[in-house]
Write a protein that binds this ligand. Structure first.
Ligand code: NAD
Length: 255
């Protein structure tokens, strides 16, 4: 028995990294799901590698309102209901406020914040019809502290906490729970690109993370297990809350 048996999920940004891990783990826990991304070849290859009848890949740009409407419709018509949304898609752009072009700031806000807001907006009716649901918004430890060069990313991840709390207040009466997840350094393509920017390579980044209470980078599956808990009825009394999975990164005085 999986903890998500009978549940239908929608995962954004599922073609690689943590999204791919969430797709694999939610299925392993018994869910059927639709996952989207803008990396269509990678997404379709992943879908083809999963067991028959449990997952479907669709092109889904989270910044596009019409895409959201289409993807929710595909999910309910393919699997008959919608119980879980994982707002995972996200991008990171580095640059000081002085140097970052406004268009880049807006692109980050559009993907990380507006994308999650649209997700909540368009799954609500389907979740009401299902008698309830769980929305998991992926924020970051950057949602608690700012970092030089990450103003857009940090602002977007702080804001995800705000919409999580507002949505929890709006939707609790319908049995829809809304929580945020705050990963620290997790080994994904995004982190590899970041590591190249701030520590020349992944080994350099690992040294930075080696000073933490759990002295290593996290694996995507270690976040997926938390996502599955929040998606499942095991977390039936949790809503409007922030769940940190960071190896203790933000627990110490240095953060
Ligand atoms: P990743 O870059 O490996 O994967 C992100 C996925 O989102 C990619 O497949 C990408 O194509 C997709 N995506 C980007 N823009 C999109 C759009 N407009 N519409 C749909 N899909 C889009 O990154 P990751 O590390 O797996 O990150 C997943 C989430 O976790 C992000 O929200 C990220 O901010 C967050 N996060 C990552 C870390 C980390 O250390 N890796 C830490 C904290 C939070």
């Amino acid at each position: 028995m999986g903890r998500l048996d009978g549940k239908v999920a929608l995962v954004t940004g599922g073609a690689q990294g943590m999204g791919e891990s969430h797709v694999r783990h939610l299925i392993a826990e018994g869910a059927r799901l639709v996952f989207g991304d803008v990396r269509d070849e990678q997404g379709q290859t992943l879908a083809d590698s999963l067991g028959p009848g449990c997952a479907r890949y669709v092109h889904h740009d989270v910044t596009n309102e019409a895409d959201w409407q289409r993807v929710v419709e595909i999910t309910t018509s393919t699997f008959g209901r919608l119980d879980v949304l994982v707002n995972n898609a996200g991008i990171l752009r580095r640059g000081t406020i002085e140097k970052m072009p406004l268009a880049e700031f807006r692109q980050v806000m559009d993907t990380n914040l507006v994308g999650s807001w649209l997700g909540i907006k368009y799954v609500t009716a389907a979740m009401k019809s299902a008698g309830g649901g769980s929305i998991v918004n992926i924020s970051s430890v950057e949602g608690f502290a700012g970092t030089a060069g990450l103003s857009a990313y940090s602002a977007s991840k702080f804001a995800v906490r705000g919409i999580t709390r507002s949505a929890a207040q709006e939707l609790g009466r319908y049995g829809i729970r809304v929580n945020s997840v705050h990963p620290g350094g997790i080994l994904t393509p995004l982190l590899r690109e970041e590591a190249a920017a701030f520590a020349s390579d992944t080994d350099g980044a690992a040294k930075v993370f080696g000073r933490m209470p759990i002295p290593r980078l996290g694996e995507p599956l270690e976040v997926s297990r938390l996502v599955a808990f929040l998606a499942s009825d095991d977390s039936s009394y949790c809503t409007g809350s922030e769940f940190v999975v960071d190896g203790g990164m933000i627990s110490g005085p240095g953060y």
